[in-house]
Design a binder for this molecule. Structure first.
Ligand SMILES: NC(=O)c1ccc[n+]([C@@H]2O[C@H](COP(=O)([O-])OP(=O)(O)OC[C@H]3O[C@@H](n4cnc5c(N)ncnc54)[C@H](OP(=O)(O)O)[C@@H]3O)[C@@H](O)[C@H]2O)c1
Length: 253
């Protein structure tokens, strides 16, 4: 009898680019892909912060590269992918500006949509274009949010931006599937990072978070690392056009 073989979770021989890798969830995902064997480029705007991260990765015995990149500059993104196709791309560059919907300013709306939707869209577009041109298939992973599946207090703009990610991922999954390019998202609950520190430090908001997460703790960046490796690897080879909720049960009810 021939037993089935578990598809590999390893990423040896794969090239990965992680945008938003200077901090928080993106940095954790980039480290996870590195540990799984991928050749990872850590990208974000702050070159000096990235250099510190890459030095720490090197000190841990891995090879990593730093790339200064603003994902809102589509021409720069295009140049990156034209110079070098990647098998795995993760986009964790994101922004939050919360307000009651009746008070949202056009500035805040445009700032959030410009990074969370527009930049995410063209990042995936250019990544896929390079994969198709080189005939290499791959995995595109957007760091979305649990707020792509539910509403949240003062979060009409943020929720709108993250729901948009899910829609564009589904359509891109249909279009890119024949080229063996998978498109998925990871939807985290509240994870303590520089982005969410102000929310965590507000006792009322902290109580709201604690009341919604079913497990007895909040999220940490390590909780996202396994999902990133899974979606990047052959272990998820038949998964596309969907999302993995890492939400501690928030959306369960
Ligand atoms: N933390 C949470 O609870 C949580 C929950 C659900 C979803 N998310 C999502 O997860 C993603 C990452 O959030 P985080 O909490 O890890 O935030 P974070 O610690 O503030 O990290 C954001 C990262 O994005 C980079 N970035 C921002 N604008 C960029 C741009 N224009 N070009 C390139 N890089 C850019 C930042 O680097 P530079 O400043 O160096 O460019 C930084 O590395 C976001 O999309 C967020 O919406 C977070």
């Amino acid at each position: 009898m021939t037993l089935p073989t578990t598809p590999s979770f390893r990423l040896d021989g794969k090239r990965a680019l992680v945008a938003g890798a200077s901090s928080g969830i993106g940095m954790a995902c980039a480290v996870a892909l590195t540990e799984a064997g991928a050749d990872v480029t850590f990208a974000a705007r702050r070159a000096e912060v990235l250099n510190g991260v890459v030095s720490a990765v090197s000190a841990a015995g891995y090879t990593a590269r730093a790339l200064a990149l603003d994902v809102s500059h589509t021409n720069a993104v295009r140049e990156v992918f034209e110079a070098q196709p990647y098998n795995i791309v993760v986009n964790s560059a994101g922004l939050a500006r919360h307000s009651p919907a009746v008070e949202t300013t056009e500035d805040d709306f445009d700032a959030v949509m410009s990074i969370n939707v527009r930049a995410a869209y063209f990042f995936a577009q250019q990544a896929a274009k390079a994969m198709i041109t080189q005939g290499i298939g791959g995995s595109i992973i957007q760091i979305s949010s649990q707020m792509a599946h539910v509403g949240g207090v003062d979060r009409a703009v943020y929720c709108g931006s993250k729901h948009a990610i899910e829609g564009m991922n589904k359509a891109m999954a249909i279009e890119f599937g024949p080229a063996d390019i998978r498109v998925n998202s990871i939807c985290p609950t509240f994870i303590l990072t520089p982005l969410t520190r102000p929310t965590f430090e507000d006792p009322k908001k902290r109580a709201w978070i604690d009341s919604k997460i079913k497990l007895p703790r909040v999220g940490k960046v390590e909780d996202i690392m396994g999902a990133a490796v899974f979606l990047a690897s052959d272990a998820s080879g038949m998964i596309t056009g969907t999302s993995i909720l890492v939400d501690g049960g928030w959306t369960a009810g």
